[in-house]
Design a protein around this ligand. Structure first.
Ligand SMILES: [Zn+2]
Length: 147
């Protein structure tokens, strides 16, 4: 599971701002959300299939969620969840998130073995993880202004 650390205050401000939007615009936001969800699903499937050539794992179902605090997660049943916002990240970072959750099918933990799996296709995973953490605020604002 890749936790997306957010300052609570910031999220609350964003939500309030969105809630104040007139009805017409909030309908548009729903359409935008559907568009991003679809884009995220397409991206996740395409990249999962690509990266799984190097792993040969089996996943069950893929879900695209609108969670606030997580980029992705993987269940013991082999279901993988992704935040729709992966569609708005640079490919390098969404790839890291996708590979991260994919590798949980092999190692259901964050052990050294897990990171070795990740490094097989994302050798600079440490850089990606740091970049996600460093720029999380920027990515939130990006998504908000795009919706
Ligand atoms: Zn994880």
């Amino acid at each position: 599971m890749f936790k997306w650390i957010i300052r609570r205050k910031r999220v609350r401000i964003v939500r309030r701002r969105r809630a104040r939007k007139p009805r017409k615009q909030s309908k548009k936001t729903k359409e935008e959300l559907a568009k991003y969800r679809e884009a995220a699903r397409e991206l996740a499937l395409r990249r999962l299939e690509y990266f799984n050539q190097f792993y040969g794992f089996k996943w069950n179902r893929i879900f695209i969620k609108a969670q606030v605090s997580r980029w992705g997660s993987c269940s013991a049943k082999g279901n993988i969840n992704f935040n729709y916002k992966i569609a708005l990240l640079p490919l390098k970072l969404s790839d890291y998130i996708i590979v991260h959750e994919l590798c949980h099918l092999g190692e259901f933990n964050h052990s050294e073995k897990f990171w070795d799996l990740v490094a097989r296709t994302v050798p600079d995973w440490k850089k990606c993880r740091a970049e996600l953490r460093r720029n999380e605020k920027f990515y939130i604002e990006n998504v908000v202004s795009a919706s």
